[in-house]
Design a protein around this ligand. Structure first.
Ligand SMILES: Cc1cc2nc3c(=O)[nH]c(=O)nc-3n(C[C@H](O)[C@H](O)[C@H](O)COP(=O)(O)OP(=O)(O)OC[C@H]3O[C@@H](n4cnc5c(N)ncnc54)[C@H](O)[C@@H]3O)c2cc1C
Length: 421
């Protein structure tokens, strides 16, 4: 079969790889200049390793993606970096049972309730009965008002903004269930890893067209076609891996009912401001959750407290992360404007950071975080769309798991299997 894939993120790349291995002809269309999608990256001239536009790591139980790295003989770094939380005015460790027992941010009874609730989630395998419960409500009931007010409510607010009270408990369960203390990272960065997959695809005869935005797709009885600004191409089948709102925008013949149904799942954009510094920003912390509602960001991730700064010419890299609705004013601001806005809050965490600042980089990723609300599973689109020979595979479908390259790789495998059944 002659198969087109829209998108060279992990879903599209893995689908392409598997279809080629089965002997099909694969043509990938990617609107950007390089592969990787939400996990794409960049490399400054003086760096040996590339860096993701948004913070990225793997959990050590991310089986699918780690198996792919192994298959491609790609080296992976595994380390146990520190996760802390900013609570009141203190940065406190909070990344395992012992740190919870010692956690001075909560009274003993609250710590016991939090510990028991998290242990319950770690042991629980059947998430289905959690789907119709509201996460924050359940958390307040079982972990108590204090822990909710000091930790979870500010974190949910930072992550989901006005959607915070609509999030399903199954989303929270997946976050706790999946987390591992050790983290993995592809040597030389995710960009280098996706470039390696691209090389493998090309070696097998696949074609990847970068800077080729698909403007429309159509299907007829026996074939289907897609249009880029340059040409119209015919295929036996098309797989679209873009976010659902992009898919419905380029497929004009979709029935209105279908468009409305897959439009029920809402998304937030991700905003990342990257600071490149001469010196470390936080002492040892890799991941700092900000449990302070007045802070204009949700998380601060010091990448080089996980991956050695020697790979970046001894420069230190800090992400300041946010999830925001499309109309939020931050998304339109420049990196320097954002830095000015965040400045007073950053000074609270490191009073001397300005003198060490080398550069600032701002990245926005569209439709980066699906809102997992009650009854989410009912709204998940199917691979097969109402248009014959046109398939959809995107991050809305990895439920109950939160989006991740591991699940994108899994999705790519599954859609390839379906097409070759
Ligand atoms: C802030 C943030 C942090 C994250 N952290 C992690 C992490 O730590 N670990 C982890 O594993 N995952 C993480 N993820 C998630 C991970 O990046 C995604 O789940 C994964 O990359 C999704 O891959 P995908 O191929 O399904 O989608 P995408 O990466 O979105 O790929 C879709 C591709 O389609 C292209 N496209 C869209 N429309 C068109 C069109 N019309 N024509 C042509 N091309 C088009 C896009 O340019 C894109 O390349 C994070 C994501 C974000 C935003």
């Amino acid at each position: 079969m002659k198969i087109a894939i829209i998108g060279a993120g992990f879903t599209g790349l893995v689908a392409g790889l598997r279809l080629l291995q089965k002997g099909h002809s694969v043509y990938i269309f990617e609107k950007e200049m390089s592969a990787g999608g939400l996990a794409s990256g960049f490399k400054k001239k003086s760096w040996d390793w590339a860096l993701e536009k948004s913070y990225h790591h793997w959990f050590t139980n991310d089986d699918k993606i780690l198996a792919l790295a192994k298959e491609l003989n790609y080296k992976v770094v595994v380390k146990k970096p520190h996760t802390d939380i900013l609570i009141n005015d203190k940065i406190l460790p909070l990344d395992n049972g012992i740190s919870l027992i010692l956690f001075s941010g909560l009274p003993l009874l609250s710590r016991i309730r939090v510990g028991l609730s998290l242990a319950y989630f770690k042991l629980l395998n059947n998430y289905k009965r959690l789907e119709n419960k509201l996460a924050l409500k359940w958390i307040e009931q079982w972990m108590g008002k204090k822990a909710t007010k000091l930790i979870w409510e500010p974190l949910f607010y930072g992550k989901f903004g006005s959607y915070k009270n609509t999030i399903s408990l199954s989303w929270f369960w997946a976050r706790i269930k999946k987390r591992t203390a050790s983290l993995a990272y592809p040597q030389k960065g995710f960009k280098n890893f996706t470039d390696e997959i691209v090389r493998e695809i090309e070696k097998l005869g696949g074609e990847i067209n970068f800077k080729s935005e698909v403007k429309s797709i159509n299907s007829s009885k026996n074939s289907c076609s897609l249009q880029t600004p340059k040409n119209i191409f015919k295929f036996d089948k098309i797989i679209c891996t873009s976010p659902s709102p992009v898919f419905t925008g380029i497929a004009p013949n979709l029935p209105q009912k279908y468009v409305e149904k897959i439009g029920i799942i809402q998304h937030l954009d991700a905003l990342n401001l990257i600071l490149v510094l001469k010196k470390s920003f936080l002492k040892n912390t890799y991941w700092l959750n900000i449990a302070r509602k007045e802070f204009p960001f949700l998380v601060l991730v010091e990448h080089t407290n996980f991956i050695n700064p020697t790979h970046y010419n001894n420069q230190h890299i800090v992400y300041i992360g946010n999830y925001l609705p499309k109309d939020h004013p931050y998304l339109k601001m420049t990196g320097n404007q954002l830095l000015k806005l965040f400045n007073d809050y950053l000074l609270k965490l490191n009073p001397n950071f300005q003198e060490n600042l080398i550069s600032v980089h701002k990245f926005v990723s569209s439709f980066a975080q699906p809102i997992v609300a009650l009854k989410h599973s009912r709204h998940i689109p199917k691979f097969q769309t109402p248009l014959k020979n046109i398939y959809l595979a995107n991050l809305d479908m990895v439920y109950p798991w939160d989006r991740g390259t591991n699940y994108a790789a899994d999705l790519g495998e599954k859609i390839a299997k379906l097409l070759t059944k």
